[in-house]
Design a protein around this ligand. Structure first.
Ligand SMILES: [Fe+2]
Length: 385
């Protein structure tokens, strides 16, 4: 996150002696990205963060591809993904390319007996249903319906849910996820025309510190596999840190929509960017106010990006027969647009209550076997008159 954050106790100068009450040294760790050029955090640990005791096993969790080269529009019924007790096992990749994976999950239980980290992808977790607390080695974040949780790669975390009824829409990104550059000035501050500002971004304010030794199971995701390792010290042993690289939360309900006299294009909804895809938030807003305006979108060809819309809540004006939890996939190379009747239905409407998350990828997405289990195979014919 491109603004500075400090939590807990840190020494006045970097890379200087920082001692515990008993006179021994804390262990400093630089936690950085893009070599030493990206965002980084300096953290101070009770124990060496390097004490691997055993590597138990590793196994593939790579998605099985059903359709590698896809030009068919699909609808997927996301809520048909079955709830599962374990957080990691509940995650079902539905769409994937070499830059990102789009995942649906309905976990019922908190991660009680292990820690988790994704070493090669940032994770963006959108909370569709459920609430709880994301606990990380750099502090905790409470979450509820509508929150995006941005967990940079390498952050060690656990996730606690308040109930068993949880629905998550997750994007794993091999490219770092940032807020859009065009909304930031040359110092990184969000500008006046941005649809959100620093006040909307929730940083960790609660730090759990355990100075414990023993056997601590860590499940590490790397290159499509989970590697189970045992650490000799509690992974949450940070007494303080500062820097720019930390998890944060942003609520879709804090996204301020940008509207106009005529239809505004999808980039006005942009919330996050990478160099491989963008994430947009469609939120309740007033419609276009030109007297002859057509609030429904026009037909459009995403010639060079696949468009994924995850429907969260409200009424989806441009689509017929779409419910919460559905995903539409409109692949690159062919046009799509409002369903028959949707354009006429939109005339004279003054506002929408729709809530949706869109992911537009610049490389084509492959459709997985998990996706085919919940696919509407006839959706691509839904524009026929
Ligand atoms: Fe579209």
């Amino acid at each position: 996150m491109p603004f500075y954050h400090k939590l807990g106790s840190i020494p006045h100068k970097r890379h200087t002696q920082f001692r515990k009450l008993n006179g021994t040294l804390y262990y400093e760790q630089l936690f950085g990205t893009i070599g030493f050029d990206g965002m980084s955090t300096n953290s101070y640990h009770e124990q060496r963060p390097t004490q691997v005791k055993a590597i138990i096993k590793q196994y593939s969790v790579a998605p099985k591809i059903a359709k590698a080269n896809n030009i068919q529009s699909y609808r997927f019924r996301g809520f048909q993904v079955k709830p599962e007790t374990d957080f990691l096992e509940s995650r079902k990749t539905v769409l994937v390319n070499s830059d990102c994976a789009i995942i649906l999950a309905a976990p019922q239980q908190s991660t009680n007996d292990y820690f988790y980290k994704n070493t090669d992808a940032d994770e963006l977790i959108f909370i569709h249903k459920g609430s709880g607390k994301l606990r990380t080695h750099l502090g905790n974040l409470n979450f509820k319906y509508g929150d995006y949780l941005l967990i940079p790669r390498g952050i060690i975390y656990k996730i606690d849910f308040d109930t068993e009824d949880n629905r998550l829409f997750i994007v794993e990104s091999h490219r770092p996820i940032y807020t859009p550059k065009r909304y930031r000035n040359w110092f990184g501050q969000l500008l006046e025309h941005a649809p959100f500002c620093e006040r909307d971004i929730r940083r960790p304010e609660e730090l759990e510190t355990y100075n414990e030794t023993g056997d601590f199971l860590m499940k590490v995701k790397k290159q499509g596999e989970i590697i189970e390792m045992v650490y000799a010290t509690h992974p949450f042993d940070v007494v303080g840190y500062d820097g720019y690289n930390y998890p944060y939360a942003f609520s879709i309900h804090d996204f301020e929509p940008i509207t106009g006299r005529v239809h505004q294009p999808p980039p006005v909804h942009q919330t996050f960017e990478t160099d491989a895809f963008v994430v947009c938030s469609f939120v309740p807003r007033l419609y276009d106010y030109h007297p002859q305006a057509i609030p429904a979108p026009y037909n459009h060809s995403n010639i060079d990006s696949d468009e994924v819309l995850y429907y969260v809540d409200g009424d989806f004006m441009s689509r017929n027969d779409i419910e919460a939890g559905h995903i539409s996939l409109h692949p690159a190379g062919i046009p799509h647009g409002p369903h028959p009747g949707a354009t006429e239905r939109s005339l004279g409407k003054t506002e929408t209550e729709e809530l949706a998350v869109m992911v537009d990828t610049f490389k084509p997405l492959m459709v997985t076997e998990e996706a085919m289990k919940i696919a509407d195979e006839d959706y691509y014919k839904s524009w026929l008159e």
